[in-house]
Design a binder for this molecule. Structure first.
Ligand code: FES
Length: 286
């Protein structure tokens, strides 16, 4: 059973904006029934063709696909096409209070449908068709033949979501989840993206307010620590912050791990190094 947030459950049980718009200005379609997930997104613009005044969707997918599509239609209303294009798959997931990592591909599918709809409306390169598959970003070399995904698309998702393992790439895009033949190439793409990332030396602010300290702790856990745990099949959740006292709960492979004491110290060391020397980390049941 997936651990869905209340907001995911609520959008799944009462999805907003289901259906078609007959006189839609833009329509984007991604996925295929053969893959198990498909999404068709309809956008209606105001008479000046500036802002999105209505959005509807039809989807064939799981609870998180329905919730992600519902969230997306709510998020785009009132936005210009340019503003809508800036909605990332992370923002769709955040709108829902988070998605299980294995279901992040649903948020990526929403973002793809949006890009496809806007590209079609603007008369930009129409998404290429790969027999059963239709994706918004088809330029580049096809890496995953099972799901018709290209290196350009995969590198974009890897970079945007800071993915570090082939398993994560499967969770976010499905690539590698069929025959598995593309996994070696996916690993190469991860290495290419990681190698291309500039190594910025962490900067510690002079004086931290409590609010800034909390933000930095959250950012460091998200960007520096969780990706390391994901690489080993583990994860952690931030439970509470009280001054310099940080409480975390370990998940997946890290939960109940005999060496979690070591992991707590590693997390503490990293937070002291990147945020503030007075931080202590404690593991709690969560
Ligand atoms: S080619 Fe990617 S899973 Fe088969």
């Amino acid at each position: 059973m997936w651990d869905y947030t209340d907001k995911v459950k609520e959008h799944f049980l009462n999805p907003r904006n289901v259906g078609a718009i007959d006189d839609a200005d833009a329509v984007g379609e991604v996925g295929s029934l053969a893959c198990g997930d498909a999404l068709k997104l309809y956008l209606k613009l105001d008479p000046n063709k500036e802002r999105i005044v209505d959005a509807k969707f039809q989807t064939f997918g799981c609870a998180s696909a329905i919730a992600s599509s519902s969230a997306l239609t709510e998020m785009v209303k009132g936005k210009t096409l340019e503003e809508a294009l800036h909605i990332s798959n992370q923002e769709i997931a955040e709108f829902l209070g988070g998605l299980p990592e294995e279901k992040m591909h649903c948020s990526v599918m929403g973002q793809e449908a949006l890009e496809a709809a806007i590209a079609k409306y603007r008369g930009e390169e129409a998404p290429a068709h790969d027999h059963d598959h239709e994706h918004a970003v088809m330029e580049g070399e096809v890496v995953c033949k099972c799901f018709g995904l290209t290196d350009v698309f995969l590198k974009k998702v890897i970079a945007a979501n800071k993915l570090t393992t082939a398993e994560q790439v499967t969770h976010f895009t499905k690539a590698g989840g069929g025959c598995g033949g593309c996994i070696p190439r996916i690993k190469e793409l991860i290495a290419e993206v990681m190698g291309a990332e500039p190594q910025v030396a962490p900067k510690r602010p002079e004086k931290l307010t409590n609010l800034r300290k909390m933000q930095l702790i959250q950012e460091t856990l998200e960007k520096e620590i969780r990706p390391l745990l994901w690489a080993d099949g583990g994860d952690l959740e931030l439970i509470d912050i009280d001054g310099g006292k940080v409480q975390v709960a370990f998940r997946k492979a890290c939960a109940g791990c005999a060496s979690s004491g070591f992991t707590v110290r590693t997390v503490e060391q990293k937070l002291r190094e990147l945020v503030s020397a007075d931080i202590t980390v404690e593991e709690v049941e969560g």
